[in-house]
Structure formats: structure tokens, C-alpha cells
Design a protein around this ligand. Structure first.
Ligand SMILES: [Zn+2]
Length: 361
């Protein structure tokens, strides 16, 4: 105690030059590892600990020849689901108005929830997570982030390309893309300049037939509550995606097994073709829930998110999935839960409780 008080007192009398030096030292630390590929890292980590993540390799890896890849924030987290390799990769953060939390509840109730969670009152900082899965001989990218900012002032997202590269994942190694749905924060990353050229010509993109039909026609926005500019940007991005990737789309009806133990399953609700990805291997299970579950959805599964095209159905499907995950105790990962978002679900009276998983190093 004495020591720490002493340290605090000391730090208050540090000269400006000393403080600058301290900042420099802090900024030069590197908490990520980029030299090793995903598979190599994973193999090594798996030998030591089958669920170890790549941040476990705490080496100094400053790489002046690879500018822009070194970051102080963790942006990837790897784990195993039986024999399946899973890596959550962050596309960044979306700053959205707090009313997106639940447009069917009193603003004072939303404000109280935010206060209770130590969150700012006016803006939601939404994580934006994608996932890379390896099973059998397939490498599957589940969702692709938002891509280039569609003129909506979302500068903290759209980093998936750089972060996949930093993780040693080459776009040319991706055999399949699964889209949980076609909102721009899930498919926009495929429209970034140069991405299509780096993807394999035989890439297969799995998305529910309901979804391609919805966006290919006149999508219904009558029930959403989005900030101005979003509906147009969403329509534009989805149409462009359908145009550019038409020949690679592999629409499925209800569900499709992309690789051993990797099943994409249509739920509807958030959008008509919204889907989740269920992973199962060796008795282990994990579900990537896309936009079916938001942070507030554990305590308030009946709050209507502003981006839900059929909010009643979205709430119904959300409750069903959360009940199932609580009963079978499997892991949950979702697009907009705080990175890396690996967690469990517990039943708490009439609602649910979010149980974040410990980071495993
Ligand atoms: Zn989303």
C-alpha cells in the first residue's frame, strides 16, 4: 500500500519530459503477434492448451515493413470447438444512437439501463465481430464487416481486411463465405476495392434464399427505426453485393452444412433470411448468432432493436435461441457483443443472464 501511494505521489510530480517518455514507452509495446500464420499459431497453442488464443504469444513483433498492422488493441481471439478452429476477428466498433437499443420502450427506461451498465447515455458503441472457421478442408469466413464507410460517419469500423492480414489469414485461402444476413455491416467488407480480385474464383457464398429474394426485390423498411441515411445505404450496399457476387451465391432454403460440423440455419426475424451458424464437434458446441442477440437482449429480449425488419419475430426467435443455449450450455458468439464476445447464457427468472467467458491465454 505504502509503495503504491508513493508511486502515485511520485507520478504527480513527474516532469513533462518524463511523461512524454513514458507515453513513448507504452506506445512501443506490442500485444499482438503477426509473424506466424493462423494455423501455425493455432497448432502451437493447441499443443500447450487446446483452447489457447493467439494473444498467448507475447513476443515483441514490431514490423516496420508492414505498416498499419501493428495495433495495441486485441482484434483476434482463437479457440477450438472440438476439431474445428474458430477465430473471432474484430471489424471495429460502430457508434450508433442509443435509441437503437429498444424503440418500443420508454427513453427513461433505456437511459436507466445504460446508466446501470456504466455506459454513456447517448451513444451505443457496438462491437462488430466476424468469424473465421476451419473445418475439414474448408476455410469459412462468417460475415465480412462493413467495408468502406458508406458515407455514414462510421470511421472506427471497416478494419477486417487489415486484421485478417495481421492474423496471417490470406483472403485467397477462404473457400466459403457465410452471410448471416445482408445488412452492410455484414457484407460490405466484400465490396472493398481489391477484395474480389483476391478471393478465389470458385469461392462459394452461402446466404438464405429468403435474404437474396428480400434485397433483390423491394425490401420492407416499415418496421425499422434506423438513423437517417441508413435505409438507403443498406439498400444500396445489398443491391451492389447481389450484382457483384451473383455467380458465387449458393442460396439455401432452411439450412446447409458448409463443412463437417458447420451448419448455417435460417431463423428469420432480424431480416427475413437472417441465419445463425451452429458449430458442433467432439461434444463441443458454439453458435454464432449474428444479429439475433444484442447486449441488452439477455435482460430485455423483448426490446425491439432499431435494425429489426420484423421485431416481434426477431424477439420470438431470440428468446427461443437463448433458451436453447441456456439449456444445452453451449458457447455463444454474436456480431455486436463486446469483443471477443465468447460467452454463455443462463436463465434468470423470466429472462436471461449474460455470462462472459474468461479469456484463455
Ligand atoms: Zn449487424
Amino acid at each position: 500500500m505504502q509503495n503504491s501511494q508513493h508511486a502515485i505521489a511520485d507520478s504527480s510530480t513527474k516532469s513533462e519530459q518524463e511523461e512524454t517518455n513514458m507515453r513513448k514507452t507504452t506506445m512501443s509495446l506490442d500485444n499482438t503477434s503477426h509473424e506466424r500464420g493462423y494455423k501455425d499459431e493455432h497448432t502451437r497453442n493447441s499443443k500447450e492448451n487446446p483452447k489457447m488464443n493467439t494473444q498467448g504469444t507475447a513476443r515483441k513483433t514490431s514490423q516496420p515493413d508492414r505498416p498499419g498492422l501493428d495495433e495495441l488493441v486485441p482484434s483476434r481471439y482463437a479457440l477450438k470447438v472440438g476439431a474445428i478452429d474458430v477465430m473471432v476477428v474484430s471489424d471495429g466498433v460502430l457508434s450508433l444512437p442509443e435509441s437503437m437499443l429498444g424503440h418500443n420502450v420508454d427513453p427513461a427506461v433505456r437511459a436507466a439501463w445504460l446508466e446501470d451498465k456504466f455506459l454513456p447515455p447517448d451513444v451505443l458503441e457496438w462491437a462488430l465481430n466476424a468469424v473465421v472457421v476451419r473445418s475439414g478442408d474448408r476455410t469459412i469466413l462468417i460475415d465480412a464487416g462493413i467495408g468502406a464507410d458508406p458515407g455514414l460517419n462510421l470511421p472506427r469500423a471497416g478494419k477486417l481486411g487489415q486484421r485478417l492480414q495481421a492474423a496471417g489469414i490470406d483472403l485467397a485461402s477462404v473457400t466459403d463465405v457465410v452471410l448471416t444476413h445482408m445488412h452492410m455491416d455484414h457484407c460490405g467488407g466484400l465490396l472493398v476495392d481489391g477484395v474480389r480480385e483476391r478471393l478465389r474464383p470458385d469461392l462459394r457464398i452461402h446466404v438464405a434464399a429468403f435474404e437474396t429474394k428480400f434485397w433483390g426485390g423491394r425490401p420492407d423498411f416499415s418496421r425499422v427505426h434506423m438513423p437517417p441515411g441508413f435505409p438507403d445505404a443498406l439498400r444500396r450496399t445489398a443491391k451492389r453485393f447481389l450484382d457483384e457476387y451473383d455467380s458465387q451465391l449458393r442460396p439455401f432454403d432452411k439450412e446447409y452444412e458448409v463443412a463437417p460440423g458447420v451448419l448455417v440455419h435460417r431463423t428469420g426475424g432480424h431480416t427475413p433470411g437472417h441465419s445463425v451458424v451452429r458449430l458442433a464437434s467432439g461434444g463441443d458446441r458454439l453458435t454464432f448468432a449474428g444479429d439475433l442477440v444484442f447486449q441488452v437482449g439477455f435482460e430485455h429480449p423483448d426490446w425491439y432493436n432499431g435494425f429489426e425488419h420484423d421485431p416481434e419475430e426477431a424477439a420470438r426467435v431470440r428468446v427461443g435461441l437463448l433458451r436453447e443455449l441456456a439449456a444445452n450450455r453451449e458457447s455463444l458468439v454474436a456480431t455486436h457483443l463486446s469483443f471477443p464476445s465468447v460467452c454463455h447464457v443462463a436463465v434468470d427468472g423470466d429472462v436471461f443472464r449474460w455470462v462472459p467467458g474468461p479469456w484463455e491465454y
